[in-house]
Design a protein around this ligand. Structure first.
Ligand SMILES: C[S@@+](CC[C@H](N)C(=O)[O-])C[C@H]1O[C@@H](n2cnc3c(N)ncnc32)[C@H](O)[C@@H]1O
Length: 203
C-alpha cells in the first residue's frame, strides 16, 4: 500500500479503533495524551496491515508493543528489543503469548536474537536512542531483513538535528506526518527492494 494512502486510512479508522485494554484508567490517559497519539496510531496501523512480522527497536514500558500486539493476527510475530532488563512491564501479562518475543540486549548486536529469524519483516519500528549514528546504524543493520513493501515507522524524527538529518537522508518513499501524532515527529517510510544510491550512501 502507498504510504500516504496508508496514513490516510489510519487517520480515517483510528477514531473508531481503540485497543481492547484502553479502558484501564492508567493506560487510557497515556493513550489520549496530547501529542502522544502514536500509540493508537500503531494499533490502527497494525490492524490495517495485518503484518506477519514486526520488529520494534526500543521496548521501554512495552506500551507501544502492547498496542501492536493487540492488533496482530494470530499467526503474526512481534519481536521487541531493549537494552534495559527491566523494560517491558506492560507486557508481563502477555509473556506466554506465542506471538510475542521480548529480547534484552543492544540492538546493534544481532547475536542477541539467538535463533529468532528476523527475515521478511513487514514492519520495523525505530525508537531507541534518538541520535543520527544510532538510527543510521539500525537502518543499515535491519534493512536487509525487510521484505519489499515493508513499512518503517520512525519516531522522534524532529527531536534533534541528528534525527532531522537521519530522516532527511532516509530514502523515499517517505511521509512526515507532522507533530500531531507525536509532538517530536513521526514518519513512515516504504521500503523498496531496489537499493538506490541514497541507501548505499547511508550505509
Ligand atoms: C523512546 S524509548 C522506547 C519507547 C517505546 N517504543 C514506546 O513508544 O513506548 C527508547 C528505549 O530504547 C532503549 N535503547 C536505547 N538504546 C538501545 C540499544 N542500543 N539497543 C536496545 N535498546 C536501546 C532504551 O533503553 C529505551 O527503553
Amino acid at each position: 500500500m502507498d504510504i500516504r494512502a496508508l496514513h490516510e486510512a489510519v487517520l480515517r479508522q483510528w477514531a473508531s479503533s481503540s485497543p481492547p485494554f484502553a479502558q484501564e484508567a492508567r493506560l487510557k490517559a497515556a493513550l489520549a495524551a496530547p501529542g502522544m497519539l502514536y500509540y493508537r496510531y500503531l494499533y490502527t496501523l497494525v490492524r490495517i496491515l495485518q503484518p506477519g512480522r514486526i520488529l520494534e527497536l526500543g521496548t521501554q514500558s512495552g506500551l507501544s508493543a502492547l498496542c501492536m500486539l493487540s492488533a496482530l493476527p494470530e499467526a503474526g510475530r512481534l519481536i521487541t528489543v531493549d537494552s534495559r532488563p527491566a523494560s517491558g512491564y506492560c507486557l508481563r501479562p502477555f509473556r506466554s503469548d506465542p506471538r510475542l518475543h521480548q529480547v534484552i540486549g543492544n540492538d546493534l548486536d544481532r547475536a542477541i536474537y539467538g535463533d529468532l529469524d528476523l527475515a521478511g519483516l513487514d514492519v520495523l519500528f525505530i525508537d531507541t536512542e534518538h541520535t543520527y549514528t544510532q538510527a543510521t546504524q539500525e537502518w543499515c543493520l535491519y534493512r536487509p531483513c525487510l521484505r519489499p513493501g515493508a513499512i518503517v515507522v520512525c519516531d522522534d524524527i524532529h527531536l534533534n538535528p541528528g534525527m532531522e538529518r537521519f530522516w532527511r537522508e532516509l530514502p523515499a518513499p517517505k511521509l512526515d506526518t507532522g507533530d500531531a501524532i507525536h509532538a517530536s515527529g513521526w514518519g513512515l517510510c516504504g521500503y523498496r527492494a531496489d537499493p538506490t544510491e541514497a541507501d548505499a550512501w547511508m550505509c
